[in-house]
Design a binder for this molecule. Structure first.
Ligand code: FAD
Length: 383
């Protein structure tokens, strides 16, 4: 067993911690208030290589391992949570397009995505199909050298800012998951409309509803073979669950560190708050839980990097870490007393932000179904 980071990873942590503290944290609240995507931060993340970690080197990416991507996400979350959506989605796009895109699609979309100059969203969820994603209704019908796309996608992160989306649509009405294909859809095509969602948190994550009314997409924009779309995205989702978990843990960890500094200074009843066990024990418990959850995440990413099964660990991390982050940040908010409840401190924003990922990319209930299936077999499935 080796729990040490490589010297390169240590260096990445130092660089990104400084970047998050100096460049992201001071502007995070402003981005939350305006609800606009911070393109300049995206370009900075692009320059740091964070948006091309999983894209092929030939198209501006770095072919980096997943542990490195986990480290990057955790560090960026310390500065601004919405920016971690950039890392998640750029790298999912990099990987899905890199593996399944035509040469034309890869050349057009991968370099600007890696540079932080373009955004490719991922559009799977629909008004009528979320947890049961394979039951989607959006359809793509073949018409000569094109497909005609009709339907609606809902809850799409970065959807108001994206120039393109990977859209999952039914190409075979007789099949369920095997009837779904994926397409790279430029969002300036005729027939595309979008509208903004008003979210509790992560306002700079600009989630949207995307509507497609007989949108003609060149057949060269289909990703992989017909009927493989669902499997492409599910492969990506397994590791992305751990990346999401680490984003939540990064926000919780920085909150805990700020709280420890505060309770050592703040006085009540003639002594520092840290001297009261009612204050120090919840901190000790949170630190224990965060450490355990982090190592679950890194073990999962290590398994993935070594080509070993890690579906169970990914689902465990995805249900536990966002919940733990919510509980920890809530505790940190309370330990700051009434100041914690104001928007002068970052806890209320972080709390609103991490709640989103108790739902996004699969709820706790769906994750526990997966864990139970991995532990006890398909006999434990409810359907
Ligand atoms: C912050 C955020 C970002 C998102 N980003 C994207 C994105 O970029 N792209 C995208 O395609 N989607 C995105 N989504 C959508 C997200 O993936 C879905 O919201 C999620 O999969 C749940 O689907 P649903 O909202 O339709 O809930 P439903 O599936 O309707 O579930 C509602 C409730 O029922 C429970 N439930 C459902 N089935 C079961 C079951 N079998 N057993 C027990 N309980 C069950 C769920 O756990 C949940 O509590 C995002 C959502 C959020 C909140």
């Amino acid at each position: 067993m080796d729990f040490a980071y490589t010297p390169e990873q240590e260096e990445l942590i130092r660089t990104l911690r400084t970047f998050a503290r100096k460049e992201l944290a001071p502007r995070s609240q402003q981005w939350d208030r305006t609800g606009a995507l911070p393109w300049d931060a995206w370009r900075q993340m692009g320059e740091l290589g964070l948006l091309g970690l999983r894209a092929p080197a030939a198209y501006g990416g770095q072919d980096a391992d997943l542990v490195t991507m986990g480290i990057a996400t955790e560090e960026i979350a310390r500065g601004d949570f919405s920016c971690t959506y950039g890392i998640q989605l750029a790298n999912l796009a990099g990987e899905i397009l890199g593996r399944n895109g035509s040469e034309e699609v890869k050349r057009r979309w991968l370099p600007p995505t890696c540079a932080g100059e373009a955004i490719v969203a991922l559009a799977l969820t629909e008004p009528g199909a979320g947890s049961d994603a394979a039951n989607l209704a959006c359809r793509a019908e073949r018409d000569g050298d094109a497909y005609v796309l009709t339907g609606e996608k809902s809850g799409i992160t970065l959807g108001m800012a994206a120039q393109a989306a990977i859209v999952f649509a039914r190409t075979d009405a007789r099949e369920k998951a095997r009837g779904v294909s994926a397409f790279l859809v430029p969002l300036d095509l005729p027939g595309v409309a979008r509208s903004a969602l008003r979210d509790l948190g992560s306002h700079a994550g600009v989630r949207a509803v995307l509507a497609f009314d007989h949108v003609r997409i060149p057949a060269s924009h289909r990703l992989g073979e017909e009927g493989t779309g669902f499997y492409q995205v599910m492969q990506g989702f397994d590791y992305n669950r751990i990346i999401i978990a680490l984003a939540c843990l990064g926000a919780a960890q920085v909150s805990l560190e700020e709280t420890m500094a505060y309770v050592r200074e703040r006085q009540a009843f003639g002594r520092a708050l840290a001297r009261f066990e009612g204050v120090s024990f919840p901190i000790a418990e949170a630190a224990t839980h965060l450490d355990a959850a982090r190592w679950l995440c890194y073990r999962g990413l290590w398994l993935a990097d070594h080509g070993r099964p890690y579906t169970k660990e990914a689902a465990m991390a995805k249900w536990w870490a966002p919940k733990l982050a919510v509980e920890t940040i809530h505790q940190c908010l309370l330990l700051h007393g009434h100041y914690g409840y104001t928007d002068e401190l970052p806890f209320e924003q972080r709390l609103r932000d991490v709640i989103g990922l108790e739902i996004g990319d699969g709820t706790a209930e769906v994750m526990k179904i997966i864990v139970a299936r991995e532990l006890m077999g398909r006999e434990s499935l409810p359907y």
